[in-house]
Write a protein that binds this ligand. Structure first.
Ligand code: PEP
Ligand code: MN
Length: 263
């Protein structure tokens, strides 16, 4: 179902009115974790003014350590919904547990399946039964074929609204958090009609590398860019070291628009 051969025309995914794919760019921005309401309002207002069209934030965080911040749960979903409505932006948030798909779907416009859960087949089946669009992130050790098969799990349940995301794969060099596989963008586009966006935040883990990799992703033909933004990275509950400041997002957002106009 995901194959380009069977469906030559590029799919356009509608996320509560925001289109992604077929020349429409999904500009997803927001903090890694949903935090307190006032902070979320501030960050959302700034990224919205800078041109982001989907707001993000995790309420259920898949953390390496069980002692690290796990997210605000349903309270976080409520905050995210309120902030999204306030600025007229659809919201995307991660669902980590098949038992929570219905709950998260009540608040979110788009369900994120994170890298760590790309091959959680029970979760994929469950989001496939939901009617919400899905942002499916490539696993850190997953091949492109694996990613497309995971998308197939969702499509085969009847949910055809899937956006893929290249967020870096495990490399050998600790200079960057992951290895940004920019070639995956045109490879994926050759194989599937589904849109693919890039996430230079998790791919590099370094704010200084996000702008060049965001532009590289667009130059490679990506259908959008996902960037983590925080107004006080030192205080962020997760992924602070890789967050862009709102002012930095504004700058790269401008450059991304220029790049998109060139293409
Ligand atoms: C995230 O988007 O905050 C996240 C955990 O991403 P990934 O699953 O790509 O690591
Ligand atoms: Mn993150």
């Amino acid at each position: 179902l995901a194959s380009r051969e069977a469906h030559p025309e590029s799919s356009v995914i509608d996320v509560s009115g925001v289109k992604i794919g077929g020349g429409n760019l999904g500009m997803i921005a927001g903090p890694c974790s949903v935090e307190d309401r006032d902070r979320m309002m501030r960050i959302a207002e700034s990224v919205c003014q800078s041109g982001a069209n989907v707001f993000r934030g995790g309420a259920y965080k898949p953390r390496t350590s069980p002692y690290a911040f796990q997210g605000l749960g349903e309270e976080g979903l409520k905050i995210l919904r309120e902030v999204g409505d306030r600025f007229g932006m659809p919201v995307v948030t991660e669902v980590t547990d098949p038992r929570n798909v219905e709950l998260v779907s009540q608040y979110a416009d788009m369900l994120q399946v994170g890298a760590r859960n790309m091959q959680n087949f029970v979760l994929l089946t469950e989001v496939g039964k939901s009617r919400r669009p899905v942002l499916l992130k490539r696993g850190m050790s997953a091949t492109i074929a694996d990613l497309l098969m995971s998308a197939e799990y969702i499509l085969s349940e009847g949910n055809s609204n899937v956006v893929l995301c290249e967020r870096g794969v495990k490399g050998f060099d600790p200079a960057t958090r992951n290895l940004f596989d920019v070639a995956a963008v045109p490879v994926v586009q050759g194989l599937t009609h589904l849109p693919i966006i890039v996430d230079p935040s998790h791919a590099t883990g370094r704010p200084d590398l996000i702008p060049p990799c965001a532009l590289a992703g667009l130059a490679a033909g990506a259908d959008g860019v996902h960037i983590e933004v925080h107004d006080c990275p030192e205080e962020a509950k997760s992924d602070g070291p890789q967050a862009l400041l709102p002012e930095q997002y504004k700058q790269i957002s401008h450059q991304m628009r220029l790049m998109a106009d060139l293409l």
